[in-house]
Design a protein around this ligand. Sequence first.
Ligand code: HEC
Length: 123
Amino acid sequence: MTRTLCTLAAGLLAGLSLPAEAQDAVTGRKVFGGSCAVCHGTTPGEKKMGPSLFGVVGRKAGSAEGFRFSRALAKDGRSWNPKRLEAFLANPRKEIPGTRMAYAGLRNAEQRKALVAYLATLK
Ligand code: HEC
């Protein structure tokens, strides 16, 4: 993963134009570093205040191993797809009433999209 991002970053520095999704992932990584990394790790099983987000896209909500989720998330049972993640990140408590994630929401739609593109690379 880190290697992929380095390659992407090197491409950017070299002035190559990247496909839109790859550019999003680079932007998304910055957003993640500023807003999410304090509570979320990106390697399997890494536990901070929140669960690891490794492999989160396509994973069943509330199923990260070794993490004690709120009832709301644990019983949700649906999978995280990009659309749902964007909705959750826009307003966590609206998408999952009762979640313990203490995050007000990311208003900027471009940044949300970029963030989800980055999350999709965590696998
Ligand atoms: C203050 C700490 C905190 C911050 C900041 C935070 N989170 Fe969370 N996050 C949590 C906690 C705690 C949970 C578990 C919530 C629950 O059990 O209801 C969670 C859950 C999640 C989940 C569900 C995971 C799963 O396996 O179902 C996703 C996705 C997520 N966070 C993404 C993000 C992203 C992306 C950001 C940055 C915009 C972010 N979070 C910011 C603490 C945080």
